[in-house]
Design a protein around this ligand. Structure first.
Ligand code: ZN
Ligand code: ZN
Length: 421
């Protein structure tokens, strides 16, 4: 692909994008103010589906509950799949923005929670809608098949798999390339790409440890699950420090530890909730088996009446960008964004995006779009305070609309056109 071609395409496109931005800003604010929890994205899905219909896509809805796919065949050429996730989080927004969400909803356990788009998936949806319209209105500029995918339930790790399980691979053409992007803390206007692992694998599990309850004054009649849980917690910390090589990266966090209700009652059981992040499948498999080994061994050491019970809470694979395809995206980004295109470090966040590419066995590329006001970001960087900028999932996560809205749209189109022309 020659850089001249990329520039020609985007030079004309640039003015069309600018003209479309006010409409997209309205769509963005509307979706932002009306967030929906994972697997409940009915309103958002309808907005996307109606828009795709309006711009002449062949539209399929309710794939894996709320998933939407728009297809546009435009002559011979590769099939390019672009993906946006639609779900919001059970977080009460505290950005103070005029279009902040005040919505509440019931989560899957029936508990009322505040809901907000503090992971920025509202931007992802808006970017893809903008690309949908522009690609449709400028069909003379590209050739091939576009497959636009609006995915539910990324935050619970079930959305991509849900669409695959709903027959997506039989009902739609196999893509030649799958592209996706995420707004992150970073200088607005920039795009960060990376070959290989860009996002960690994420594995969460619940471990229930069984003891034998008793009166607090009669410990000899108990098998104390509090001691069992405490010993297990400490021993689990040796996995990363003693069993993983120093050049590998891994995180094992115990985010919840629950046992008992009262000071003089030894409870029957204890529960740990663990979150593990890794960048290599071998390391991930080793840690998962080490967790089981240590939990079982600690229970045996305590003379537990039965083995612990393990429940998977979620499981995200590593997002590992294809090297050849990433080079093509990076070259297109360098031509389009100049020094605003850079090679990023991997992030220890996780995504279910790669499930599409893994299932179909086709290359995929995922990249980051900076969403922090440039002055704020550069100032924080100078003062070594980037960690104080509210990040994704913080109630104060608030990407700036300009130029983030334009950058993500341009990035998606630039990457897609690297295959479509
Ligand atoms: Zn998220
Ligand atoms: Zn996200």
């Amino acid at each position: 692909m020659e850089n001249a071609q990329i520039k020609t395409f985007n030079k004309t496109m640039d003015s069309f994008i600018d003209k479309l931005l006010p409409e997209l800003e309205e769509i963005y604010k509307d979706i932002h103010s009306n967030p929906e929890l994972s697997m409940q994205e009915f309103r958002t899905a309808k907005i996307a589906a109606d828009y795709l219909t309006k711009y002449q896509y062949e539209v399929s809805t309710a794939i894996g509950v709320t998933g939407v796919i728009g297809l546009m065949k435009n002559g011979d050429g590769p099939t390019v799949m672009l993906r946006a996730d639609m779900d919001a989080l059970p977080v009460t927004e505290a950005t103070g923005l005029p279009y902040a969400s005040t919505k509440v909803a019931r989560d899957e356990e029936g508990i009322e929670v505040g809901v907000s788009h503090v992971c920025g998936h509202d931007l992802h949806v808006t970017w893809l809608m903008g690309a949908a319209r522009l690609f449709s209105e400028h069909r003379d500029q590209w050739k091939g098949t576009l497959m636009l995918v609006f995915q539910p339930g990324e935050e619970v790790g079930r959305g991509a798999q849900g669409m695959i399980d709903d027959g997506m691979m039989d009902r739609f053409p196999k893509p030649d390339i799958i592209l996706g992007q995420h707004v992150m803390v970073g200088e607005s206007g920039t795009v960060g790409h990376r070959s290989g692992a860009i996002l960690s694998a994420g594995n969460s599990l619940k471990v229930k440890l069984f003891g034998r309850g008793a009166h607090g004054s009669q410990p000899q009649t108990s098998i104390d699950p509090v001691i069992m849980a405490a010993a297990t917690t400490m021993r689990l910390q040796t996995i990363v420090s003693r069993e993983v090589a120093p050049i590998e990266n891994a995180v094992l966090t115990i985010g919840a530890l629950q046992a008992g209700t009262k000071e003089n009652i030894i409870p029957d059981d204890a529960t740990l909730k663990l979150n593990i992040r890794t960048f290599d499948e071998g390391v991930r498999d080793h840690i998962l088996s080490a967790v089981k080994r240590i939990c079982c061994a600690e229970c045996a050491a305590s003379n537990a009446p039965r083995d612990p019970e393990f429940t998977t809470l979620d499981s995200y694979p590593v997002t590992e960008n294809d090297a050849v395809a990433t080079r093509r995206v990076a070259e297109a980004f360098d031509a389009q964004f100049g020094d605003k295109s850079y090679e990023t470090q991997p992030a220890s966040a996780s995504e279910d995006f790669s499930i599409f590419g893994r299932s179909w066995k086709v290359p995929y590329v995922f990249w980051f779009v900076g969403g922090t006001d440039a002055t704020t970001y550069l100032e924080a960087k100078k003062n070594n305070q980037i960690n104080s900028i509210p990040s994704n999932h913080s109630p104060k996560f608030a990407p700036v609309i300009n130029p983030t809205l334009k950058t993500g749209l341009l990035a998606m189109m630039t990457a897609a056109i690297a295959w479509l022309d």
